[in-house]
Design a protein around this ligand. Structure first.
Ligand SMILES: C[S@@+](CC[C@H](N)C(=O)[O-])C[C@H]1O[C@@H](n2cnc3c(N)ncnc32)[C@H](O)[C@@H]1O
Length: 305
């Protein structure tokens, strides 16, 4: 390993658990503008700290890419909450041929390894977590994305309730593009902006939504700049988890952003888990709110600005 080659970081590891080298390059697909770990040349990195993701296939994929991108002897620090994959880190890294130094702090497991000269099993883990066309859904997807190998029942409820839309619209938190595909089936739709904070979701959506009316943005939908304005409609199944924990404020911020992006009279179509408290913010931000469907623990609203 040499100090001349760069340091990387994936996500925002708690600062009291690990110290990051100055200038560490962000590599998380969930932080817009980051470099892509999987595109780094083999042996490019001198060190990498990763707040490992919770899904097994996604995590093993990221760890394998981390070891691929590190120079032999390069330092890998991988950490995660114990109940969100942390408890498995030591065994997974040992399986790649690493000698693991593990510590436990503040409900996290922190594993430190040096990249072995010849790690084992990287290709298999990379393949298992890679983007692929799924026979079950006929869509491009990747482990780690929302409902990556099925149609979410909340999304399905929205698709069943959605009328043929028209004009210019946006799909906030577009994921693989399931809702966008249904929206674009209507010839009255002139343009649709698909926005997601996950680079992998945007890449899958680009493949799944081959339509000249679609525009794609890897961005935080809460940013005013990320969403066009004076829209005729917005569709969404908003996220309600941030970093693995339920975050109701995230969905509420999506609702306010949708209201800000719509023209007066424009409509929001929203699906959500029944327990999420969105009614108050919908009533604050919209002139008229109509429940349009409820089933299987989900609810769908049409809200007119
Ligand atoms: C519940 S999923 C819905 C995905 C897709 N629309 C569907 O129905 O299958 C929410 C999506 O929002 C994305 N997301 C989370 N936080 C975001 C943010 N701040 N800005 C944009 N997208 C976000 C997630 O990556 C995820 O793809």
């Amino acid at each position: 390993m040499t100090d001349a080659i760069p340091a990387g970081v994936w996500g925002h590891p708690p600062a009291d658990l690990v110290a990051l080298p100055d200038g560490a390059r962000q590599l998380s697909p969930l932080i817009p503008g980051s470099a892509a770990l999987e595109e780094l040349a083999p042996g490019h990195l001198g060190s990498l700290t990763i707040l490992a993701p919770p899904g097994t296939l996604e995590r093993r994929h990221a760890l394998a890419h981390a070891l691929r991108a590190l120079a032999p002897g390069g330092a890998l620090t991988a950490l995660a909450p114990k109940d969100k994959g942390g408890a498995r880190l030591r065994r997974e890294l040992a399986g790649f041929g690493c000698a693991v130094d593990e510590t436990a702090r503040r409900h996290h497991r922190i594993c430190r390894v040096r990249r072995p000269a010849e790690p084992a099993g990287l290709e298999a883990a990379i393949d298992e977590g890679a983007p692929r066309l799924l026979a079950e859904t006929g869509l491009w997807s990747q482990p780690g994305l929302f409902a990556w190998n099925r149609i979410d029942p909340g999304t399905a409820l929205l698709l069943g309730a959605l009328p043929a839309l028209a004009g210019r619209g946006a799909d906030l938190g577009c994921g693989l593009g399931v809702i966008a595909r249904a929206v674009l089936a209507s010839p009255g739709v002139e343009a649709l902006a698909l926005v997601d904070i996950d680079r992998r979701a945007v890449a899958a959506a680009r493949r799944n939504v081959a339509d000249a009316r679609a525009a794609f943005a890897w961005a935080d939908a809460r940013d005013a700049d990320a969403v066009p304005d004076r829209l005729d409609f917005v569709v969404m199944n908003p996220p309600f988890h941030d970093g693995g924990a339920e975050d109701q404020a995230l969905g509420q911020a999506f609702i306010r952003r949708a209201a800000g992006a719509l023209r007066p009279g424009g409509t929001l179509w929203l699906t959500a888990n029944a327990h999420l408290p969105y009614e108050a913010v919908l009533s604050e931000a919209f002139r008229q709110v109509t429940p349009r469907a409820a089933s299987g623990g989900f609810k769908v609203f049409e809200a007119r600005r």
